[in-house]
Design a binder for this molecule. Structure first.
Ligand SMILES: Nc1nc2c(c(=O)[nH]1)N[C@H]1C(S)=C(S)[C@@H](COP(=O)(O)O)O[C@H]1N2
Ligand SMILES: [Mo]
Length: 218
């Protein structure tokens, strides 16, 4: 097998807008009309009776917690307006995401004091590591909706993570859980050449840009 690559398909007919960089666009990004679909691998089928959302690892009480789909969707619903920035340089601007704040999960299942990072886990073993501070951002959201409508399967239904200030790969679609970690560990793309932190405003795209302390040895 060769190196995996991000694959974008569908809904790209609007094309990339030309002209001046819009204010508010992170460096090296251009505005994309429509909403492309970008991921590696197949779209999983949602089976509500088998779906759960798990929080595990270094929880404060040492216990794992899980919600059924029905339970999870009764958690408090919030909206966050945020752009989606793919490291392949397109940005989808002004989306209104609806769902459950990551902070709500942290309140319901507090991490142990020594937790520094989390791993967001999705179907088929896709994963993305985040600093606890990025996960705990007041704008980090487990989204069920975009612009008032349920997510479609290819965009992550029933649940995806949105971390507005990090590149899109840090937000797993079809997310199924969070692991609390007491040390950093690389996720799927972070092991395959993408930056361990992935801040869009610092343009942290690739692992070769990492500085000492940005991530575990590759
Ligand atoms: N499970 C999973 N989630 C994923 C990916 C993936 O390959 N698998 N790709 C990420 C990348 S690189 C981007 S840019 C966004 C794209 O989201 P979209 O397809 O809804 O636009 O999803 C992210 N979430
Ligand atoms: Mo991406």
């Amino acid at each position: 097998m060769g190196q995996p690559v991000e694959h974008t398909s569908g809904n790209v007919s609007g094309g990339v807008s030309q002209g001046a960089v819009q204010p508010g666009l992170p460096p090296g990004q251009r505005s994309q009309r429509g909403w492309p679909v970008t991921h590696y691998g197949p779209v999983p089928r949602f089976r509500p009776e088998r779906w759960d959302f798990r929080v595990f690892g270094a929880t404060a009480d040492g216990e794992k917690h899980s919600w059924t789909h029905e339970e999870f969707t009764t958690l408090p619903y919030t909206t966050v307006v945020a752009d989606l920035h793919c490291v392949t340089r397109y940005s989808v601007l002004g989306a209104e995401w609806g769902g459950i704040l990551a902070r709500t999960i942290l309140e319901l299942v507090p991490p142990a004091p020594e937790v520094t990072h989390v791993m967001a886990w999705a179907e088929y073993g896709y994963s993305a590591n985040l600093r606890l501070s990025d996960f705990a951002s007041e704008r980090t959201l487990f989204a069920t909706h975009k612009d008032g409508e349920l997510l479609t399967a290819e965009h992550g239904f029933p649940l995806r993570l949105i971390v507005p200030h990090l590149y899109g790969w840090k937000g797993p679609k079809w997310v199924r859980g969070v692991e609390y970690m007491t040390a950093d560990r690389r996720g799927f793309w972070e092991e395959r050449g993408y930056h361990n932190i992935g801040d869009v405003w610092k343009e942290q795209r690739y692992s070769y840009q990492e500085e000492p302390g940005d991530g575990p040895e590759l």
